[in-house]
Ligand binder design. Structure first.
Ligand code: HEC
Length: 153
């Protein structure tokens, strides 16, 4: 083998191994993303779901801030509007894709269901203009937000 042929062979091997490695890495990335969440969803589905749940939570945060303002001002009508919006946005919490605490889905679903049931009561109090019960309920809702975030956010 001449020196030049040997050099060519080394270069060729390097190029082939680089390109194989590159593909393998991409495959791993795609598989890893779907696999981590235990479903066969593609990367696009995953991104879409993450955007949706991010938007739902940001919306809930905004509504909750407004609802608390309404409670402080004794304005049950304003609370009702925000409470209804919270009900709507929390309808799909049970289906969230989890990162933290993903191996404890059962507990997450339990917390999500409890939260939605609290929001339902909260709606009822607002509808009945029961400001006293709304006031009592507010710290419990805060605790539910924080409790779930501690384990799953
Ligand atoms: C049953 C569980 C649960 C409850 C109850 C809950 N959250 Fe969340 N929240 C989450 C999870 C999970 C995330 C992370 C979502 C993600 O990364 O997609 C999150 C994220 C958020 C975020 C950050 C949004 C983001 O994606 O960056 C805000 C703000 C938020 N929650 C507000 C609230 C408020 C306010 C309440 C109560 C009124 C609340 N959450 C109740 C589970 C919950």
């Amino acid at each position: 083998m001449t020196n030049r042929t040997a050099l060519f062979a080394v270069l060729l091997t390097a190029v082939i191994s680089l390109s194989i490695h590159g593909c393998a890495k991409d495959d791993h990335k795609a598989e890893g993303t779907a696999g981590e969440h235990g479903e066969a969803a593609g990367v696009d589905e995953h991104t879409k779901q993450m955007v949706e749940q991010h938007e739902a939570m940001m919306g809930i945060q905004e509504d909750w801030t407004k609802a608390r303002g309404g409670i402080e001002g004794g304005d049950a009508q304003a609370v009702l509007k925000s409470a209804e919006a919270m009900s709507e946005k929390s309808a799909a919490i049970e289906g969230f894709m989890l990162h933290k605490g993903a191996d404890n889905r059962e507990e997450f679903v339990k917390k999500a269901t409890e939260f939605r049931s609290m929001i339902k009561d909260f709606n009822d109090y607002a509808r009945n203009k029961d400001v006293k019960s709304l006031r009592e309920m507010a710290p419990k809702i805060d605790a539910a937000c924080n409790g779930c975030h501690q384990s799953f956010r």
